[in-house]
Ligand binder design. Structure first.
Ligand SMILES: CC(C)(COP(=O)(O)OP(=O)(O)OC[C@H]1O[C@@H](n2cnc3c(N)ncnc32)[C@H](O)[C@@H]1OP(=O)(O)O)[C@@H](O)C(=O)NCCC(=O)NCCS
Length: 259
């Protein structure tokens, strides 16, 4: 296998350096793959490298601020936490509970993100910024989910066994949102920044506020009356109801002004 690096002129800028390092890693990976096809330890190393590349790709796709693979690899704490969780989850599944927890706590100290080793996480998971994220033991996260800083996927303290939420595929949970309890957030749902979710949210819906209420489904706004009928916490919230009425009146006035 030939290296393509030698032909390039030397570029001393940061981006140039990043490209050089990326090319070197790619070349080294290809060499390793070629020579170590029958060595189990090398195979494991290659599979880990593949995982890391996949995680870097996910961050580059979802964070417009990311400027290079090297920057993502070295400086994104969300990525470090996800990679550490892959190790701690494997240890947890093999019954090494103390070591699993040790890895998870070390990652927490480094990144400010606490993911319990027991949590199940799908592919393409991205934690943006990360600080203050807590993911509980029985939480389950589908593929291609995104969490922002300060998110808790936790329990209410009232449940035993499965006590943390399940996120479907493509779920986004905004900064500071708390999702508490063993219910499901449907595929492609959006949880607004600062929301506190205490009940299941259907797929393709947006939930906002405290306690969270569904305000949009399949890109259509949910009418206030429908929202009240969803009865998310079994107790009507008079302030929210009044706001709903006012919003409906404003909507009516706007419509009459335009006709
Ligand atoms: C909820 C969110 C995902 C938008 O989803 P959306 O489906 O496009 O919803 P819309 O923007 O159409 O908003 C729907 C309604 O919810 C309200 N809303 C949106 N975000 C809200 C929030 N965080 N808290 C309370 N209400 C919110 C909107 O004002 C709108 O109300 P209206 O119907 O009275 O006009 C987005 O507002 C959000 O919170 N993203 C989180 C991003 C984040 O955490 N970024 C951190 C970067 S560091």
């Amino acid at each position: 296998m030939k290296s393509t690096m030698a032909k390039k002129p030397i570029d001393t800028s940061f981006t140039g350096l990043a490209d050089e390092v990326r090319d070197t890693l790619r070349w080294a990976g290809a060499q390793l793959a070629h020579r170590a096809q029958h060595v189990p330890a090398a195979k494991a190393l290659l599979s880990a490298a593949k995982d890391i590349r996949e995680e870097v790709r996910v961050v580059r796709e979802r964070d417009p601020a990311a400027t290079s693979d090297l920057e993502v690899l070295l400086l994104y704490s969300g990525l470090h936490a996800v990679l550490a969780h892959k190790i701690s989850h494997k240890l947890y599944k093999n019954g090494h509970l103390f070591s699993a927890r040790a890895v998870s706590q070390a990652a927490r100290a480094l990144t400010g993100i606490e993911i319990h080793p027991g949590a199940t996480i799908g592919r393409g998971f991205f934690i943006d910024h990360g600080a203050g994220v807590v993911i509980g033991e029985t939480a389950e996260i589908g593929d291609n989910c995104t969490l922002y800083q300060g998110v808790t996927l936790g329990g209410t303290g009232k449940d035993t066994g499965k006590r943390h939420p399940t996120l479907g595929n493509g779920v986004m949970v905004g900064a500071g949102a708390k999702v508490l309890g063993p219910f499901t957030i449907g595929d492609n749902a959006k949880i607004a920044a600062g929301a506190v979710v205490l009940e299941a949210i259907p797929e393709d819906c947006t939930a906002v506020g405290i306690p969270a209420r569904v305000v949009k489904c399949k890109n259509e706004k949910v009418a206030c009356e429908a929202n009240r009928n969803l009865d998310h916490i079994h107790i009507p919230d008079p302030v929210s109801q009044e706001l709903c009425r006012l919003r409906e009146q404003i909507g009516g006035l706007r419509r009459s002004l335009h006709t």
